[in-house]
Design a protein around this ligand. Structure first.
Ligand SMILES: [Mg+2]
Length: 365
């Protein structure tokens, strides 16, 4: 089972509504699809979106890294020596975590197909069903309240609200407007995407606690590099704090876990460099008694299907944020994860379960 070819395909899908966070606004989901073909005919698919402001990668850099660095390192290697192949993948270039993730996902798809098992079962098979939240972009309080109400009415009782783009007073006004509109039942989690200083974060979270706005957790309140600041926030608030952009690698995770700088971790395949590294981060977090969320970038259903298989395989993954494909105006794959509102399930197909992929160039089976 040797790797014969690694091909890349750029794709682009418009979003229903612009996705706005403290870091960026996205109107079109661009991505690179990767197809690995082995000499026994097995094929596997992966995906990497360019998230410039988080991973530092562009569409061009992802494609060039895969074509000119990762492919030459891996072609001809046997997938039956998976540890060696993954070691080569991760040591052939530093950084470039999304490009590595796309290849890692396609390798896992191939391997699970060879084993004849859905990937989540091969990785651990903890559950066969997940429930996703839905993200409310940063806008005016009135628009966010309307969006939140629409998502709850459509069957998404857990909302992730983007904050941290301007003032704390404005963020509190947004949460108050949303809570007033949707009532006390729905769960609200916040994501500041690095938008606050540590003191601003403590002040904002304490005010939300006093106003009893019912916040479940706050994700990445402070800049990614500021682990001391993250710990300051965790130590001075009672709402759970989740690290996202602060944790790419297992080494990042260890630093946050050892110093007790966050209560929860958000693992994304595009930050970790794929499933192999994500498994290591989750197991490390589990050993510290720290549960993980698994999320995604603005990815298409292909990449999120891989994240969903990883999430479903692991006991320590207690939350998922897999709404990105629901924000897109089109699907380019058949099969993969199945949505029934917030409920995500899998088919019995082996690997990622993808039965057809449509790229701009051609429909490929
Ligand atoms: Mg986040």
């Amino acid at each position: 089972m040797n790797i014969k070819t690694i091909e890349t395909y750029p794709v682009a899908i418009p979003l229903h509504k612009p996705f706005k966070t403290a870091l960026r606004t996205v109107t079109v989901a661009e991505s690179i699809y990767v197809k690995i073909t082995c000499d026994d005919g097995t094929t596997g698919w992966g995906e990497a979106p360019p998230t410039h402001v988080i991973t530092g990668e562009s569409l061009f850099s992802i494609q060039e890294t895969i074509k000119h660095i990762l492919s030459p390192a891996l072609i001809g290697k046997s997938l039956l020596a998976r540890e060696e192949v993954l070691h080569l993948l991760h040591t052939s270039i530093v950084g470039n975590t999304s490009a590595k993730a796309a290849v890692d996902i396609a390798l896992h798809d191939c391997f699970a197909k060879r084993c004849g098992l859905p990937l989540y079962q091969l990785l651990g098979g903890s559950t066969s069903q997940l429930e996703t939240d839905y993200t409310v972009s940063v806008n005016s309080p009135a628009e966010m309240a309307e969006d939140a109400a629409a998502y709850v009415e459509n069957g998404f009782p857990v909302l992730k609200i983007k904050v941290g783009k301007d003032t704390i007073a404005a963020d509190i006004a947004r949460i108050e407007a949303i809570r007033e509109r949707i009532g006390s039942e729905a769960t609200i989690r916040l994501d500041a995407n690095q938008g606050w200083t540590p003191k601003e974060a403590v002040s904002a979270i304490q005010q939300m606690e006093q106003r009893e706005l019912g916040i479940e957790l706050v994700e990445q309140p402070v800049p990614a590099h500021d682990i001391e600041g993250l710990k300051y926030v965790t130590d001075h608030t009672s709402i759970h704090i989740m690290a996202d952009e602060s944790v790419f690698s297992e080494e990042d995770a260890r630093r946050v876990l050892v110093t007790r700088s966050a209560d929860l971790l958000n693992i994304k395949l595009m930050k970790a460099g794929g499933i192999h590294k994500a498994l290591q981060i989750n197991k490390l977090a589990e050993s510290f008694g720290v549960p993980c969320m698994v999320g995604s970038m603005i990815e298409t259903k292909l990449g999120v299907t891989a994240a969903a298989h990883f999430a479903a395989s692991q006991r320590n993954v207690t939350r998922v944020d897999f709404d990105a494909p629901l924000m897109l105006s089109e699907d380019l794959i058949d099969g993969g994860m199945q949505y029934n509102g917030r409920i995500i399930t899998f088919t019995d197909e082996a690997g990622l379960g993808i039965t057809n992929v449509r790229t701009e160039k051609e429909a490929i089976r």
